[in-house]
Design a protein around this ligand. Sequence first.
Ligand SMILES: Cc1cc2nc3c(=O)[nH]c(=O)nc-3n(C[C@H](O)[C@H](O)[C@H](O)COP(=O)(O)O)c2cc1C
Length: 195
Amino acid sequence: MIFDYSKTSKSENYKLMSSSIIPRPIAWIVTTNDKGVVNVAPFSYFTALSSNPATLIVSIGHKKNADPKDTLKNIRENKKCTVCIAQEEFLDKLHLSSKELKESESEAEIFDIPLKRVFEEFPPMIEDVAVAFFCKFYKEIELKDSKTIPLIVEIKKQFVNDKFIDKDGKIDFNPIARVGRSYKRLGSEMEPPKI
Ligand SMILES: Cc1cc2nc3c(=O)[nH]c(=O)nc-3n(C[C@H](O)[C@H](O)[C@H](O)COP(=O)(O)O)c2cc1C
């Protein structure tokens, strides 16, 4: 079956892409606004861009009233974000934190998401997640007239939860992955064939 993207609707494109490009990692992003309100929200149009320079890319859209989502507004204003990668036990809180709230309300308070301040100069991380990247805004990408804005952020520091470092020093945890509009666990490991 062939889908011609000049004929598909925006929602069909989303369905096709989000069920085909899988699994998507989820950036659980913490930002703060000028009044000190801590914002927490998940984003799965997200991936690593390069290890050198250490950069991530995340695409963030607008609210129903057409204002930029709080995460986008906060990164534009404060140029910082903390990108957490959560393990399975956080699924409920991660999903709840996608609820659209007023700018003055904090998902961390409303959904009882525990925070931990690690660096004064970066937003707090979510306590006990597997991994957190402390990032600085690098660049916004112009994408035709898209309402979803791709942002590149540069990793300045990384936290890895000691619980998930195995005896060989490798990071090993069960992340929450996005498939379509749902979630999946990663499957079992496959040995790469010899080349
Ligand atoms: C797992 C998951 C992934 C999401 N990925 C994205 C995304 O990549 N881009 C986006 O704009 N919204 C995404 N959303 C929706 C946002 O989380 C939601 O709009 C949230 O309210 C934004 O919060 P904010 O206004 O506090 O930034 C996702 C939601 C969920 C549950």
